[in-house]
Each structure stands twice: as C-alpha cells, then as structure tokens.
Design a protein around this ligand. Structure first.
Ligand code: ADP
Length: 270
C-alpha cells in the first residue's frame, strides 16, 4: 500500500501574513538594506524530490520537484500546512539530509552530490542551525555551548573562546556567559543558540520553527535579534515557521503544498 502525504487546510492567517502585509514583529525598513540590487543567489534547489521509503510498497513523497531560489543576505520564511514538506526541504537545503533526486546549490556550488565528509565540513563551517528546542548542552555554560561549535569547526580553544565571546555579545548576552541553560529564560536560551549558529560566521543560518517554543514576547525578541544580525552581517536566514508574525518580518515567504514550492521566487503565490 502506498502511503499518501496527509495535508490539512492552510489556516487563513498563514496566507495573509505570507503575502507580506507588514504585520511582522518588526517592520523592515526597506531600502535601508532590503533586497540587494544584483544580489547573487545563495541557495538554489532544482526539481528536488525526497521519498521516504518504509518498505517496497509503503513510501511518502515528501518533496515533489521542489524548486526555489534564495538571494544572498535575505531573510526567508517557509510556510505551509503540517506535512507539506517544510522540514524536509530545510534539511535537504542545509545538507542535513540528502535528496532522492534533483540538484541543490549553496553559494554557487553543487552540494547534493558531495561525500559525507565534505557535507560534514560544510555543515560545521558554512551553515548555522537553530532548532525549536534550542538543543543546548545542559551541563555546559552559555559560552561553553558556543565554544563547542567553534572548536568542532577547528578553532583552537583560545580562539574559540574569543569567537564565542563576540557571538554572545552580538546577541546581547555578554552578562550571561557563565549561566547554564536552566538558568536562562527560553528567549535567552534561543539567543545562545543563535550565538552558537553565528560563531563560525556562516553564510546561511537555517531555523526549524525557531520561535515555536517561545511566548510571544520572547518570540518577538528573538525575531528582532535575527533581523538585526541579518542587517549587520548580511547572513542569510531561512526559517520554517507557522507564525505569521515571523513570516511577515521576512523579506520573502515561500509556500509549500504537497511537497511542492508553489512560489519558487518567494514572491506572490502562483
Ligand atoms: P512539515 O515540516 O511541513 O510538517 P515534513 O517535511 O516534516 O512536513 O514531512 C513531510 C511528509 O514526509 C509528511 O507526510 C511526513 O509524515 C513525512 N516524513 C517526514 N519525515 C519522515 C521520515 N523520516 N520517514 C517517513 N516519513 C517522513
């Protein structure tokens, strides 16, 4: 038996925010930075398919010819009903998972056919991640959590500490360097996770529902932090979200339905 992807209706509020009605947490000052003129493509997927196979007759086509282009330096939201393939797309674009077929390019380089070793290097040094559940190591302090990512990418301990200090300062947590995750609020924990994602100065930071576990005030704080970092460093942010406030704050919103991206340039839905 073939398992079909089950879909729910898109809540109405998702589509209205996704049309860029300016109801985001923070109003973007278009033109102050905004989409760069002649900006280059940082991420491109072409006809990407992903089939999860449980058994010979039981599979799910989570991505069907998913095609999109993301420009460097933008903030991007991926929205769509539950089960539409958002997380799978994020994982394939960020080299956490491989596609069944199709092409994925990161910063002009084809990445869907790289070896495991090359992918691991890419993930360590060129890509940052933020997760819904923060994924901090509970026995380590904020600075140790951030240092871990820097050391993993090859920095010596002293350099890793310096880089972690800078990253924590960027997210306004210099005063909390020695606090453990349990001694921080949810919003502060996510800011540590953003510092960890930033520490190796990646070109792109991917977030899977980064505000999904936060109350609305912390969520707004975290979104504003990401927008500020985007403006200051030019880091591209790609965020899967259900939150119309988050999507409304982004430069572009991609919609997904049945494993397809329905607006491949992130503008008007097709
Ligand atoms: P979304 O993030 O939009 O909720 P997902 O990308 O998580 O959607 O899932 C897309 C489809 O793929 C769903 O039908 C889901 O059940 C299925 N799926 C996701 N991960 C797996 C997996 N590891 N094995 C089998 N099916 C999966």
């Amino acid at each position: 038996m073939t398992t079909q992807t089950t879909l729910q209706e898109t809540p109405r509020h998702e589509s209205s925010a996704a049309e860029g009605n300016g109801h985001g947490y923070a109003q973007r000052v278009r033109g102050a930075r905004g989409p760069k003129i002649g900006a280059s493509t940082i991420i491109r997927s072409q006809d990407v398919n992903k089939r999860y196979v449980m058994s010979e007759d039981n599979y799910v086509d989570a991505l069907c010819d998913a095609t999109l282009e993301i420009e460097e330096g933008q903030t991007v939201a991926i929205m769509g009903p539950s089960g539409s393939g958002k997380s799978t797309l994020l994982h394939v674009l960020s080299c956490l998972d491989s596609a069944t077929s199709g092409e994925v390019y990161l910063d002009g380089r084809r990445v869907d056919n790289l070896s495991r070793r090359e992918l691991a290097r890419l993930r360590r040094s060129e890509i940052g991640f933020i997760f819904q559940t923060f994924n901090l190591v509970s026995s380590l302090s904020a600075i140790e959590n951030v240092m871990l990512a820097a050391e993993y990418a090859g920095k010596k301990r002293r350099d890793a500490r310096e880089a972690a200090r800078r990253a924590l300062a960027q997210v306004g947590l210099s005063e909390r360097e020695d606090h453990r995750p349990t001694e921080l609020s949810g919003g502060q924990q996510q800011r540590v996770a953003i510092a960890r994602a930033l520490v190796n100065e990646p070109k792109v930071i991917f977030g899977d529902e980064p505000t999904g576990n936060l109350d609305s005030a912390s969520s707004a704080e975290v979104v504003e932090m990401m927008l500020r970092i985007n403006r200051e460093t030019g880091t591209t942010f790609v965020l899967v979200t259900h939150d119309p406030g988050v999507a409304g704050s982004c430069d572009r919103v991609f919609h997904m339905l049945d494993g397809r991206v329905t607006n491949g340039n992130g503008r008007e839905a097709a």
